[in-house]
Design a protein. Sequence first.
Length: 244
Amino acid sequence: MLRFLFGEKHRLDTGELAEANRWLKAYIKETAPLAHGRKPTPEERKALKRTVMAKGLIRSLDELEQSLYAARRFGDLVTSRYMEEMDEAEEDDYHRCVYFHKNALIRVFSVLDKLGEFLNEQFSLRTEALKENYSYFTVLRRMRDSKTASNLEQLLFERKQRYQEPLLRLKKARNLEIHAINEELTDDLLLMPGTKHTPIEPLGEKIRDVEVGYQAACGAVLEVFRYLGKGQEKAEKREARYTR
């Protein structure tokens, strides 16, 4: 989508993104309701909701990856340390990098929270009864406390622990950006009166944190839909044995 900005062709999915999309599409194919020409049953309506959620995750992962890619590419064009050193073209690239970095930062948690909403629906966890505005991490605790899909919960918990420190930094930056001030302006608070140079954000560090956040979000989606897909495969094999 955004690679056209750099004169490039569409992305070729690889790694965990390709695997996540493969399992997502398999889930959608298996669970899409077939209530054509009649009123859907309550179970079919629930299946439709989960199908729409899965489709939304495909789109959200794509938007996250594209935003991160654009932030990285524009960040590579910024070489100055201070705003005053930049010419107009470099300053434009700096602000473009900051824009797409913010976009990717917010989308990391958007993907995770959408995944939490899906898990809540898939396993009928009723997390909203405990906390009205819940997050992905609230759903993980709910899964652990209710001993729901324990194998999957353990996989997701291990991933959460692996990426805990960068996710905490990203969460703090996200909250600052949304609820307080523009995150890239926080360095201005440290400037002494009379200071002549305005430092720019450490773009490389911030983009690396978002890259880790992307890995955490993409990997979590992959774990969930691979778990559901393999469960479906086992059920189909059992049914095939019984119907021979």
